[in-house]
Design a protein around this ligand. Structure first.
Ligand code: GDP
Length: 532
């Protein structure tokens, strides 16, 4: 293998998804500790507070102590080069969170053992399923009272529609948590909470070892033997092909806080998760080999306001093939011209650094003077490639927005359009209407506040905002020339709008209203994802 191929093959790029408080930050931090990227626990948590000192971040972010946009971290573990894409889960959940998954090659789903599958996980999961990427499950907080592990497997399978394969199996939980049984190696890794330190002793004992009764107790020993028999007989077989297609999720039990089961998880995950996946060139329909010499990448996220004074932006790109070198020229497909890729920045553990080179699988931020849009392709070489656009996701919160001072119409329109271009909000108008009054759709409700704040501070526009009762949106796929929305039989609270490209959509107040539309209008074709 050449150096290029070596570099690419050692890369693993994945997103971590979870419901808030399931333990995503703690798990990420433990990964970084194993990789030697940080020296002590608490460093990642501290990021939330200390970051304000180093970057001129948005005021709203400072006030709340949360990050409005998701971030990327790179670190080394053994011979692997790992890129973790963080997906914010709190009220800062936004369309960016979904888009981040477009840049990942697999996902790690962290579940709180006492809660099981929660709402936010469900939403993100849908995007993983759409992309058919592998999904690995880490059932966290086993040191606390957990739900029955069989029930948890059942819930993952029925609610998320994916098969599960427990790679290891817990022995008790909470105060009674004794460790896990490794089904492949057929041995036990025992957990010992010593004093207040929660140190872990990973003693390895065979299941048939008579000393097991004294180690985990007779009851747990016999439960474990029953459980394993049941699992071996009734659960799905391990099948790497199914894992790769995202049909079977390998499941691991552990406790991120006490460091239990984290390293075995990381080792297994890195072994099973794919090297950078080939992306499809939509011009030819062919896969672009990540290890080819020519560089290619796409933009999946644009982050505004890194420095308020300059209104500059950072465009995040996922490299799909070849190598990036600082200062290189690449062809910007959507603009139809060559551009110089000036600065690349990367988040190494917690510090932002300038990158001189990066490889397929990596994610870097490019300085963007306003030329990039989400979904744009960059490439080098004679034969141009173009990656398929990134879908837009159905917003869940809607508001009607008008400017207070009609004299500032120009700034209002400019502000709305620029912010929409970054992808933080989606804007709609009445079918055939103008921009006097705009309906805004967002995935996370915080985005509405961010919008108001930014229009005010960056564009000097004050707005009136009225939240609307819609909760869902569907793109109408029928031909606009022949299919008239006025003829539809809809509930009275359903509203038809169009986006800035003239695509038609319907806004609904409930799932029930969507089902009404579908059952009362046989030929109506609705889609949950649109195209930017
Ligand atoms: P996130 O919101 O998903 O990033 O969750 P955090 O990593 O911030 O964890 C939320 C809370 O759960 C914190 O107080 C953690 O200390 C705690 N926590 C995380 N992992 C574990 C675990 O394995 N066991 C226990 N008992 N608490 C945990």
């Amino acid at each position: 293998m050449g150096k290029l191929e070596d570099e690419i093959k050692r890369r693993r790029t994945f997103a971590i998804i979870s419901h808030p408080d399931a333990g995503k930050t703690t798990l990420t931090e433990k990964f970084l500790l194993y990789g030697g990227a940080i020296a002590q626990a608490g460093a990642v948590k501290g990021k939330k507070n200390s970051r304000h000192a180093v970057s001129d971040w948005m005021e709203i972010e400072k006030q709340r102590g949360i990050s409005v946009t998701s971030s990327v971290m790179q670190f080394q573990y053994k011979n692997y080069c790992i890129n973790i894409l963080d997906t914010p889960g709190h009220q800062d959940f936004s369309e960016d969170t979904y888009r981040t998954l477009m840049a990942a090659d697999s996902a790690v789903m962290v579940i709180d053992a006492s809660k099981g599958v929660e709402n936010q996980t469900r939403k993100l999961f849908k995007v993983c399923v759409m992309r058919h990427i592998p999904i690995f499950t880490f059932v966290n907080k086993m040191d606390r009272e957990s739900r029955n592990p069989f029930d948890l497997m059942e819930q993952i399978e029925s609610e998320l529609g994916i098969q599960t394969y427990p790679v290891n199996w817990p022995i008790g939980s909470g105060k009674e948590f004794k460790g896990v049984y490794d089904r492949d190696k057929k041995h036990i890794i025992s957990f010992e909470a010593s004093g207040g330190q929660h140190q872990v002793a990973a003693t390895e004992v065979d299941l048939s070892d008579p000393s097991l009764d004294s180690l985990i107790g007779e009851d747990l020993h016999s439960t474990l033997c029953d459980d394993i028999e049941l699992l071996d007989g009734a659960s799905y077989e391990f099948d790497i092909e199914k894992v790769r297609k995202g049909e079977l999720s390998p499941v691991f039990f552990g406790s991120a806080l006490t460091n239990f089961g984290v390293e075995p998880f990381l080792e297994n995950f890195l072994r099973l998760t794919p090297t950078p996946l080939a992306r499809v060139d939509s011009l030819t329909g062919e896969s672009v080999d990540p290890c080819r010499d020519e560089f290619s990448a796409f933009i999946f996220k644009i982050q505004a306001n890194m420095n308020k004074a300059h209104r500059d932006r950072i465009a995040f790109m996922r490299i799909c093939s070849g190598k990036f070198e600082r200062g290189m020229e690449a062809y910007h497909v959507q603009e139809g011209k060559n551009i110089k890729l000036a600065t690349g920045t990367q988040l190494m553990a917690q510090d932002r650094a300038i990158v001189d080179e990066a490889y397929a699988g990596d994610i870097i931020g490019l300085f963007d003077p306003g030329i990039f849009s989400i979904g744009d392709t960059l490439c080098t070489g004679k034969k141009k490639v173009e990656f398929a656009g990134i879908p837009t996701f159905s917003p869940e919160h809607f508001a009607r927005i008008e400017q207070k001072d009609t004299m500032k119409r120009k700034q209002f329109v400019k502000g709305m359009e620029q912010i929409a271009q970054e992808g933080a909000i989606q804007i709609f108008r009445e079918v055939g209407g103008g921009m006097e009054e705009v309906v805004v759709g967002v995935v996370g409700v915080l985005q509405l506040e961010v919008l108001e704040y930014r229009l005010n501070t960056e564009y000097n526009v004050e707005i009136r905002m009225q939240q609307l009762p819609f909760e869902q949106l569907r793109w109408v796929k029928n031909d606009p020339d022949t299919y008239n929305l006025r003829d539809l039989d809809l509930t009275s609270d359903t509203k038809a709008v169009e986006d800035m490209k003239g695509n038609r959509l319907l806004l609904f107040t409930s799932d029930w209203a969507i089902r009404w539309a579908e059952t009362h209008n046989e030929t109506l074709e609705l889609s949950e994802f649109g195209n930017i």
